[in-house]
Design a protein around this ligand. Sequence first.
Ligand code: CAA
Length: 331
Amino acid sequence: MVRNTKPKLEIVQHTRSFKTSKRITPNRLSQDFYSMKNITVIGSGTMGNGIAHLFAQQGFAVSLVDLSPEQLSMALTTISKNMDRQVTKGTLSESQKMAALQRIQTHTDLAMAVVQADLVVEAATENLEIKLELFRQLDQLAPATAVLASNTSSISITQIAAVTKRPAQVIGMHFMNPVPVMKLVEVIQGYATSAETTSQIMQLALQLDKVAVEVQDYPGFVANRILMPMINEAIYTLFEGVAGVSEIDTVMKLGMAHPMGPLQLADFIGLDVCLSILSVLQEGFGNPKYAPCPLLRTMVAAGFKGVKTGEGFYCYPAGTKDFTVSSRFSK
Ligand code: CAA
């Protein structure tokens, strides 16, 4: 059952058969859950800094890891600016913001960053080999009791778990961008993930004031299995000349009440990320219906990846606030 009202500390957990469900209430929470205090976030890009922001704001001690001090410093600036939005709106006080920022420590040394971790959330690059190698290292470096989670948008949790010696403690924790704003956490149970780990993470998501939905580990999980074909179809609609960029997005925004049209959303997610997820769906299901539109492939090959490169279906000369349809698509 998925609720869109403010979550209470109570969840309904579906079994693998999806036919029965069990209710978890506070008096059945494991002690381990309550002792989760130290969170290590790997990767300080858009998703990583959003995840660090969220945990720090909710009172957790956060170790944020990336390859260089420059990346980490940029991430802290972004987190501070995003918290300023909340301060301006009055949902966070200046002192709460300062306290949250002080809870974030930055590291370039993975071993140091995970030494006390109760939970590691990996939000590094979506490259299979890099991710597998990272999880091999995390398995060696993190305390034996730590849960290892990945924010992957499409890589198999089962495959990631299989390179560790603790597959029962490996899980998917898929946040949505922008992390501090979007209510959903898709919790992905790998083939070997234990029910206890899943329950711990479902409860933790509630503590973060998110709505957690438990799903099984199949390509694209639920979010991207449904979202990406819609985005791909929007790109095909443009490619085939059925309508222009703003017309397609307007239909979906005003006709279906989506906050962003699918082409703008593709730019926001990153066209390279969309291409990679569609390729995982196509390969994983062996079904040509997921084949990425040739226009998407061409744009990614040319380096037009959306907001992050300044141009995709739209141009973003001054960031996401001020954008116009790319001249390549204007009539
Ligand atoms: N941190 C904190 N607050 C933020 C924020 C951030 N990074 N980004 C936006 N906000 C806040 C703003 O301060 C604003 O707050 P109030 O409404 O309370 O004043 C609110 O979010 C809305 O932001 P804006 O006014 O700047 O802009 P908007 O109204 O156009 O909303 C949006 C922006 C929330 C991103 C909205 O357009 C939206 O919901 N878009 C769709 C997002 C989406 O679909 N995300 C999922 C992508 S898929 C994914 O992430 C997973 C994957 O695997 C690909």
